[in-house]
Ligand binder design. Structure first.
Ligand code: LMR
Length: 396
């Protein structure tokens, strides 16, 4: 049987992890996978997570099955975090949420759910989008098409083209939108642009499917949820995939949430039954540990305040790194204007160099980034920015 298989290339993002680890260059720089790093290059466990974990370990009484919805308190707290406790869809009990294995699990469950609504449905994704979106949606049997998004030449949004394309989307299609911190471009919609997209979604009736993997990494927890909240207030049906990997630093615990909004509570119940069937057929039920940590934090005023502080430290550091790289490139006389990096948001930006230059940076300078020139901003530090900027200038 296995002789029919041919080897597949390594994942374009995760494959960089191995290459970087195997490199012995003393000045190697990791700008690959999107993980937060402190100034020393470590990805620490948040203090609020340490405290919550200890509290849970001490109070946990069983490891019995949790069921396909996962933890009910976690799901509720995640709804409040994403939508706000007073949001009309929360008040009207129109949301049903399941805990999922990470944001990727949420995306896959949502994709399978959409395939149950309409087998082979078309999903429109931004050009470009996270490298794994396309494969993941196709694996669920969806047809993936793209709408214009990032203007590589002018380092901004192709907003008019995006809006024009969305106006052509059919009522039975889904449209994937990034809530904030667009991966890979870092180019987000303004609130006015979100309002315009919401109007089109309402008018055309397509299913908005929002991926919120970085809530709190852009401008703040509430600010980053602007589009999610505006969209949810305006449409009958919506899907949200959220992740606790980055904002709680729970990467390896694999915890996220998939939320479905029905036009009323009865439709939400039907949707949940389908969601539970999907979950049962893939992994039966989600892991519980990450959810237990998050619900302990969000359920305690004190721990939540600590988490918001720690999240701000991460956000400020990323924004500081953006400015630091731009300043350094400018000070060293870069022939190009990189100021767009400081205007963009979240974990990523494109450097805007070609694949040959990316490969040279990797082979000759041990600087690792995705082939598209997407850099993970958290990998920049006071210690490596000089070397990084000089190397970028050398390959320009
Ligand atoms: C990334 O884009 O680097 C992260 O979302 C990690 C991943 O799984 O690709």
């Amino acid at each position: 049987m296995f002789e029919h298989l041919s080897a597949l290339p390594a994942d374009p993002i995760l494959g960089l992890l191995t290459k970087y680890r195997e490199d012995s260059h003393p000045q190697k720089v990791d700008l690959g996978v999107g993980v937060y790093k402190d100034p020393a290059g470590n990805t620490p466990i948040l203090d609020c997570v340490k405290t919550a974990e200890k509290l849970r370990t001490d109070s946990e009484t069983t490891k019995v099955y949790i069921g396909p919805t996962g933890s009910a308190p976690f799901n509720e707290l995640m709804n409040e975090l994403a939508f706000g406790a007073d949001h009309p869809v929360v008040q009207a009990r129109r949301i049903r949420t399941v805990s999922t294995p990470g944001g990727t699990g949420a995306l896959r469950v949502a994709a399978e759910f959409i395939a149950k609504c309409k087998p082979g449905a078309t999903i429109w994704v931004s050009d470009p989008t996270w490298a794994n979106h396309t494969g993941l949606f196709q694996a669920a049997g969806l047809t993936v098409k793209t709408y214009p998004y990032y203007d590589y030449d002018n380092k901004c949004l192709k907003f008019d083209e995006m809006l024009a394309a969305l106006k052509q989307v059919g009522a039975e299609d889904a449209v994937l939108l990034h809530a904030c911190c667009h991966n890979p471009s870092g180019q987000d919609l303004s609130t006015a642009q979100w309002d315009a997209v919401v109007e089109v979604a309402k008018d055309k009736g397509f299913l908005p499917f929002i991926d919120m993997a970085y809530q709190g990494f852009g401008d703040g927890v509430d600010e980053d949820a602007y589009g999610v909240r505006a969209m949810a207030a305006a449409v009958d049906n919506m899907v949200l995939a959220s992740s606790c990997s980055k904002n709680f630093g729970l990467y390896r615990e694999r915890i996220g949430a998939c939320s479905i909004i029905g036009k009323d509570s009865a439709q939400a119940d039907v949707s949940l039954s389908v969601l539970l069937y999907v979950v049962r057929c893939i992994y039966s039920m989600p892991p519980a540990h990450g959810a237990a940590i998050v619900e302990t934090i969000l359920g305690s005023n004190e721990l939540k305040a600590q988490w918001l502080d720690e999240l701000k430290v991460m956000r400020d550091r990323i924004n500081g790194n953006r400015a630091m790289l731009v300043d350094k490139l400018h000070a060293l006389g870069a022939s190009r204007d990189f100021s767009f990096i400081a205007r963009q948001k979240g974990m990523f930006s494109f450097l805007g160099i070609n694949e040959a230059q990316v490969n040279t940076l990797m082979k000759d300078y041990s600087i690792y980034m995705v082939g598209s020139s997407r850099i993970s901003i958290a990998g920049i530090s006071e210690d490596n920015v000089d070397y990084l900027a000089k190397s970028i200038i050398a390959v320009l």
